[in-house]
Ligand binder design. Structure first.
Ligand SMILES: Nc1ncnc2c1ncn2[C@@H]1O[C@H](COP(=O)(O)OP(=O)(O)OP(=O)(O)O)[C@@H](O)[C@H]1O
Ligand SMILES: CC(C)(CO)[C@@H](O)C(=O)[O-]
Ligand code: BAL
Length: 281
């Protein structure tokens, strides 16, 4: 497996391939799991070669401890990718090489998408995500770029970013991959104790209950139901639970015909922050 650590070496390798090959990009922060591998496999199925970027982007963290504790497992990541069949390039640059100058965010207006949920609770997060995704897409110039629905708000932001920055790449959304207990796979799951991991099954269980009852209860009743379920669990502290319109991600207080709704949640298990969401249709 070829590992590129600079934009220059990656671009030299990709240049001759461009004429005849479709290039896929899967941006990640590493500590790869089956969720990531599903994205990579989809990218391999739909392209001739795939760049998997592994870069823990400092500008999207508002919490320095979260950044320091973020798992970094490059050797294991490469070993996992090596098991897949197909032409994969790992792109694992230093921040100074990727940013080529000061390591700071551009300021974006994503039409308010950035002010909801994750944007509200992680200040500047989506400016950091937008900045790094822009840098990665410009470095790779892919035909298709793959993002998971686990980070559904991020996926919507990246679609908007593509309009703002005029990307030629398609932005491809991929369904959430879950553990057998329902917990959405996430690199941060590595930091859970076994008790927290078991308890965290409640997140998807509760989202599924809301989905099942959604047609027969009000949004306010759904909010109360979620509050009650988490009150009963000593391992999990919800940061937010919101039912929002899928397109605008605006919090919904009442249901209106013709809208698609989605439930979103962020939960702390100790100091590990987990997010999840579910379509309510
Ligand atoms: N369980 C999953 N199902 C589908 N896509 C996923 C899943 N986990 C991660 N992804 C996607 O993989 C890409 C890279 O994600 P990232 O490297 O941040 O991993 P992560 O598991 O989301 O980690 P964390 O949430 O702890 O930051 C993102 O597009 C993300 O949405
Ligand atoms: C898209 C991304 C790789 C940008 O750093 C990150 O936010 C992620 O892994 O979801
Ligand atoms: N997968 C989202 C990246 C982050 O938590 O910063």
């Amino acid at each position: 497996m070829v590992i590129h650590t600079t934009r220059e070496s990656l671009s030299t390798t990709l240049l001759p391939l461009r004429k005849s090959q479709k290039i896929g990009l899967v941006p990640t922060m590493g500590a790869l799991h089956k969720g990531h591998l599903t994205l990579v496999q989809k990218a391999l199925n739909e392209n001739d070669c795939v760049v998997v970027s592994i870069f823990v982007n400092p500008t999207q963290f508002d919490n320095n401890e979260d950044l320091l504790k973020y798992p970094r497992t490059l050797d294991d990541d490469v070993a996992l990718l090596s098991k897949l069949k197909g032409n994969i390039f790992v792109f694992s640059p230093e921040a100074s090489n990727l940013y080529q100058g000061t390591i700071s965010s551009k300021s974006y207006n994503f039409g308010n998408l950035e002010n909801e949920m994750e944007g509200k609770y992680r200040k500047g997060h989506f400016d950091g995500v937008g900045t790094v995704v822009n840098l990665l897409i410009r470095a790779v110039n892919p035909d298709n770029s793959y993002f998971g629905e686990k980070d559904f708000q991020q996926l919507q932001i990246v679609r908007k970013l593509a309009e703002i920055e005029g990307f030629t790449s398609n932005i491809v959304g991929c369904p959430i991959v879950r553990e057998t207990n329902g917990l959405a796979m996430s690199s941060r799951n590595q930091r859970l104790t076994s008790e927290q991991f078991e308890a965290a099954a409640l997140i998807y269980k509760t989202l599924s209950e809301v989905k099942e009852k959604f047609n027969s209860i009000t949004i306010s009743e759904a909010n109360k139901l979620v509050q009650k379920r988490f009150e009963e669990n000593k391992f999990l502290q919800p940061e937010y639970f919101e039912i929002a319109k899928e397109k605008t991600l605006k919090t919904a207080k009442r249901k209106h015909k013709g809208n698609h709704y989605r439930a979103f949640v962020a939960v702390f298990a100790g100091d590990v922050r987990l997010i999840d969401n579910i379509a309510l249709y």
